[in-house]
Design a protein. Sequence first.
Lengths: 280, 317
Amino acid sequence: MDNNKLVEIASQVRRDVLRMVHAVNSGHPGGSLGCADFLSFLYFEKLRINAENFTMDGKEEDLFFLSNGHISPVWYSVLARAGYFPVSELATFRRLSSRLQGHPSTDKKLPGIRMASGSLGQGLSVGIGAAISKKLNHDTNLVFTLHGDGELQEGQIWEAAMYASANKVDNIIATIDFNGRQIDGDLDDVLPLGNLSEKWKAFGWEVLEMDGHNFNSIRSVMDSAISLTGKGKPIVIIMKTEMGQGVDFMMGTHKWHGSAPNDQQLEAALEQLAETLGDY
Amino acid sequence: MEIEILGHKDTRSGFGEGLAELGRVNPNVLALCADLTGSLKMDAFLKENPDRFFQIGIAEANMMGIAAGMTIGGKIPFTGTFANFSTGRVYDQIRQSIAYSQKNVKICASHAGLTLGEDGATHQILEDIGMMRMLPNMTVIVPADFNQTKQATIAIADHQGPVYLRFGRPVMPIFIKPDAPFIIGKADVIKEGNDVTIIACGHLVWKSIEAIKTLEERGISVELINMHTIKPLDEAAILASVAKTKCVVSAEEHMINGGLGEAISQVLSRNLPVPQEFVGVDDSFGESGAPMELMTKYGIDTQNIISAVLKVLARKG
């Protein structure tokens, strides 16, 4: 897909995120804005999926798991824009009886979601399980997961990391949203991750680095990652992003991790983001 | 009452045999273990199906997550570790990735309760039934003997949805016939009687049978229900029996708080309030000791059932 088209999609996705969060005065805009480019690329260019006919088993499809479930707004927007469910349903986000729960869930049967997430650190294990299932089913499609960088403070991530390399789970590509911020502040002030690349290498993973706001970088690194599958090692991409990307006053701070913009802030933010596909 | 003893085995071996049987007939069944393959009696499945056995290592949280993920694509994963590490250690993983996500994972838990024995209280979980029955979507099964554990293991593979299957370590009498029907959610009436109903699960079903021998000698007619499925609870069986006997004793190798007895109380208080006595551990951790010594010390032995029956009969008046 042409980069300009991806930029257009991501701009609309960012508008959706801000409008959804503003409408209910709750949700997590910062990380959502930071992952808008990556998820737009994944769903509109890379994943081999059947959005119109969603099945839980996803046989002969690539699977995506959002482990850092709090950035549900960006996932919901991308899923709707990719055709999983009507874009108009984004207006129900976090409202009573909505399929768009605050954190992703399967119980209300929203197409595109195969696992609840929100309590952090669980999605890598889940992705590994799904990847093993694909191998047992002789299904050559891939499993993709996305994790927050703060989420890597959870011990289960490292249990999963150890398991995947030891057992040559080489059909999974995990991506880390490395924005360096979490609820309480800068990641390095809360609990530094040290040399993240070396940590993953020590755990036996192929490690790639990517600029999460440059579609050329995203495309070439994702292609490299996919070319590394099937070679005996799991793959992780450390994706450098900016929390709040696309809205000047939401960048450079952790303040917008879990805070909604007020009316004036929404207006100021939307002025910076072109309405390209039509607001919901 | 004549209950024939068919042999003596541990319930965990019933799980091992059931799992091995499943391995032969159902290619979607997978087994995962967190470094306790021998203790869980999963060796036969491992030997026959090495490509469907997954040694996770000592990482139970990861095991639950991997099992949840494996269901996507139609697999039926059975996780195996001690009950303590199958529940309390991984409650949040079970809650989010299995129960809330409605994943078809079978959580198989051995060494439950005091009869784990000498390892002591760190490993003797007495709260697991409570935790698991509180989870929406979760089915909770506590079979009574070796044969029933084998039957239950096989039955849960055909049940769509998360299941907690609880069994234990000690060698105990086998008294349920290998071809007896096992239906999830349908209690077994082991013996009919008129004066009092005992509702038990797991090892306490045998202890209840022992108690009934003494009670019958005193002329007390006891109805014994093996409540192998704690959730969904067979309310009809409870109410039908208690309508006749007008009093009940619950018996379980678990904390009274949150266990089978409380589940029964809820049914009775809503429908048919009658006196109930609870045989279970009273808000206490266990300790090291031989399994049967521990059952005596912590009040879940044959004599405690007898005492509870006499007390509830006195209350009934």
